[in-house]
Design a protein around this ligand. Sequence first.
Ligand SMILES: C[S@@+](CC[C@H](N)C(=O)[O-])C[C@H]1O[C@@H](n2cnc3c(N)ncnc32)[C@H](O)[C@@H]1O
Length: 211
Amino acid sequence: MPKKKRIRIQALSSFSNVIDDPSRFKGTWNERVFQNDHPITLEVGCGKGEYSLALARRFPERNFIGIDLKGARLFIAAQNALDLQADNIVFVRIHAEKIADVFSKNEVEEIWIPFPDPYPKKARKRLTSTKYIQLYRQILKSDAGIHLKTDDEQLFRFTIETCKHENCIIHEMIPDLYQQGLSDELLHIQTTYEKRHLDEGKKIKYVWFSV
Ligand SMILES: C[S@@+](CC[C@H](N)C(=O)[O-])C[C@H]1O[C@@H](n2cnc3c(N)ncnc32)[C@H](O)[C@@H]1O
C-alpha cells in the first residue's frame, strides 16, 4: 500500500467526525452523536463524501452519515467536512453488509446511493441487490426513500428488477436525467464521478424507491 494512503488510514481515528466502533451507537445516533432529533440520511459507498457533504450543507436541519469501505477516501471526506465546519455529518468506515449492526429499526429516514460500483460480474455485491434491499429494510422508516444515481445501464435495469422482485415502491425512474429535465434540485449535485461520466457522454439514470 502506498505510504500516503497508509498514513491517511491511520489518521482516520484522530478525526472528530469519523466514528470508530460504530455499533456502540446503534439506536442512539441522534442522541449521542448528533445531540439532536433531526432525521438521518445515509450515503452508502460515499467515497470522498462529495454527495453527502453537499446535502449536509443544503439541509442543516438533517443529519448525514457517509459510510465507505475505503479509509483513504473517508480521510478526504472527513477533512473536507471539517474544513467547511459541517457539524451535521459524520463518516463511518464499514462494509455496507454491516449496516444492520450499526443502525436500528426506523433509525434512518433516507438513503442515497450515488454512483455505486456496478460490479458487472458479481450481482450479489451490487448495493441494490436483494441482500442489500433486505438490510435497508431493517434500518429504514417504512415510508423512507432510497435514491440511486448511476451511469450504468445494467445496474439501472438490475435495480428496477430487484425492486419488482422485492415489492418495493418505485416513485420515480428516469433513464436520462439531463435529457428529461431534473424534477428535483437535489439531482443537480454532481460528484467527480458524475462529472466524469457526463464528460464521457454517458447518460445519467436515477431511481427513487421505498422498501
Ligand atoms: C464509484 S465510488 C462512488 C462514491 C460516491 N458515492 C460518489 O458519487 O462520489 C463507489 C464507492 O463505494 C464504495 N463501496 C463499494 N462497495 C461498498 C460496500 N459494500 N460497503 C461500503 N462501501 C462500498 C467504494 O469503496 C467506493 O468509494
